[in-house]
Design a protein around this ligand. Structure first.
Ligand code: HEM
Length: 531
């Protein structure tokens, strides 16, 4: 309906004023009346949207919804903090529904998908009929306008082009990169704990580790953030990711044209961040182009296949359809998507293991038995993949701690699933954590951390394990991330014991694209001799 309704209301108001006052419709006092009409029409429309539409007009009004915590903001405000809890609660209460209602911003309609069938429809069968909502386009400044934001045929094309760089056969060649970055951070840990068990903040170490790993594996450059604690790139990621309510406001007003130019504190930070990311991408690009020129590999006549360096950047450069700016945006995308997610996964995994020292001990025993010579023995993907218990632990850690807890789509068409209709223009919430914790799909102990549940099980229904999403737009970096995660986890748990700094201490979480610990993650770390 957009702005048509206020205009209609404004006209009706003008007609009413004309009827009761006898003044000519928008004639003599046009300049005076027009703003008044529109103000009143806007106010009327606002009341209609917030108070009348959700209760009496919305086609979804009879659908069940979670309690509405705020008449104006609906469930939008606590989306990041408690959203997945709503989804879990709704899934438990309505196990046979495909979707339920979610109280959107300013009385708007939104749905939470619940069933695997609904997810299959939105993420695979009719995937390009469900693009990202306009609201999320505001993230382009941080994530880059690359694969994440491509839609339709353009997405299909980019994905096909980039997929070879993420095949398992290719990704496993990165084990030496993952291990060399891991060992650098282990050396830093060794120094911190050399006089005995020490409590310190661990998240930032993994954030820098994964940033350097993606820099080298995907682009062939050393971003040097492990050594340089004051790296501007790291500080900038920290700043925009720890934005709390400012990020909420940024999102809330993102639909206003020109909002990003309003000089709010966060808008300024985002603009600065964009400059830093853009400068990094340009630097990465330049270094790579120089290297490729010197080896004579770039722009060979058959493009991608002629390039010996089959890392992501070589593939991007081998595609002559893309301008330098497009390549830069893709680099920004992989820098962001490739490090925040895995860093979050490792941090939350260590917290979970700190609460389950028995699992840690069993995992450590398996790692030490397989690699008696210590961390230097870990050299190839096949060695790590052969650790049966470690594989179960990793899958379970990723199930209970998905770093991306939810995502959103918007319906660009009317679609029915078993007679329940999703109307065009509706915002859809995809609760990754909701499905990962579904008792219907995972059994009564779905909330428990239990690596043994994976014995003999892959994931009966792929749409039950959503950490990397599923379908056409599932995470392209999944294999990369899983292998990197395994390298990091087996090495660190092999050598150190992780415990909670204070038992059951709540850790504040921030949800800005990924879930990260707001004030860092303090853990008690001790070195266990013999490895
Ligand atoms: C534990 C680590 C990771 C997790 C949990 C994760 C999770 C996800 C999820 C849930 C999505 C879907 C987002 C959406 O559609 O809204 C996604 C997409 C994506 N991820 Fe990952 N990711 C991880 C690591 C990585 C890595 C290491 C890379 C690259 C090296 C990467 C690159 C991407 C890209 C480019 C997309 C967009 C794919 C598309 O739209 O076709 N991710 N990831």
């Amino acid at each position: 309906m957009g702005f048509r309704l206020p205009i209609l209301l404004g006209t009706c108001l003008a007609a009413l004023v004309n009827y009761f006052t006898g003044r000519p419709l928008l004639a003599a006092n046009l300049v005076l009346w027009l703003p008044v009409y529109f103000f009143l029409a806007g106010a009327l429309y606002f009341c209609y949207r917030v108070f009348v539409y959700p209760l009496y007009v919305s086609p979804y009004r009879s659908l069940p919804s979670p309690p509405n915590p705020h008449w104006l903001l609906g469930n939008f405000y606590d989306y990041g903090r408690h959203y997945y809890e709503h989804a879990i609660m709704m899934a438990e209460k309505y196990p046979d529904r495909h979707f339920t209602r979610f109280n959107g911003l300013f009385g708007s309609d939104a749905l939470t998908l619940l069933s695997p069938e609904a997810h299959l429809m939105v993420l695979q069968t009719r995937v390009y009929g469900f693009p990202r909502p306009a609201l999320s386009k505001a993230y382009k400044t941080i994530i880059g306008n690359g694969l994440v934001f491509a839609e339709g045929q353009e997405h299909r094309h980019q994905r096909k082009l980039l997929s070879p760089a993420f095949s398992y056969a290719h990704v496993k060649k990165f084990v030496p990169v993952f291990m060399s970055k891991t060992k650098k951070v282990m050396n830093q840990f060794d120094k911190i704990v050399e006089t005995g068990p020490t409590v310190f903040e661990v998240f930032s170490y993994f954030s820098r580790l994964t940033l350097d790993a993606i820099g080298e594996a995907a682009f062939g450059v050393d971003l040097n953030s492990i050594e340089d604690e004051n790296s501007e790139l790291v500080r900038t990621y920290d700043k925009i990711s720890n934005a709390g309510d400012q990020f909420f406001l940024f999102n809330m007003f993102a639909f206003l044209p020109g909002w990003k130019y309003v000089p709010t504190k966060y808008n300024n930070e985002i603009r600065h961040a964009h400059k830093v990311f853009s400068a990094t991408c340009k630097k990465v690009l330049k270094e790579k182009q120089n290297r490729l020129k010197s080896t004579g590999n770039v722009n060979d006549k058959d493009g991608v296949s002629a390039i010996k360096d089959r890392d992501i950047l070589s593939i991007l450069l081998g595609n002559s359809d893309w301008s330098a700016e497009q390549v830069e945006h893709q680099i920004m995308t992989f820098l962001f998507a490739g490090h925040e997610t895995t860093a979050g996964a490792v941090a939350w995994a260590l917290l979970t293991l700190a609460k389950h020292v028995d699992v840690q001990a069993k995992l450590r025993a398996e790692v030490r038995e397989a690699f008696p010579g210590g961390v230097d023995d870990i050299k190839a993907a096949e060695q790590i993949e052969s650790l049966k218990y470690a594989n179960n632990v990793v899958r379970e850690l990723m199930r209970v701690n998905p770093p991306v807890i939810s995502t959103a789509r918007e319906s660009s068409q009317d679609i029915s699933i078993d007679g329940e209709t999703i109307y065009k223009g509706t915002m859809l919430n995809i609760s990754i954590k909701g499905l990962n914790y579904s008792k219907k799909l995972w059994g009564p102990d779905a909330y428990e951390f239990n690596p043994d549940r994976w014995d003999g099980r892959q994931a009966d229904n792929a749409y039950a394990y959503m950490t990397f999403l599923q379908g056409t737009r599932a995470c392209i970096g999944r294999r990369f991330a899983e292998l990197e995660f395994k390298c990091i986890l087996t090495s660190f748990v092999g050598r150190y014991l992780f415990e909670e700094s204070v038992e059951n201490q709540p850790i504040n979480r921030e949800f800005v694209v990924t879930v990260r610990p707001t004030d860092g993650l303090p853990l008690k770390v001790s070195k266990i001799d013999g490895w």
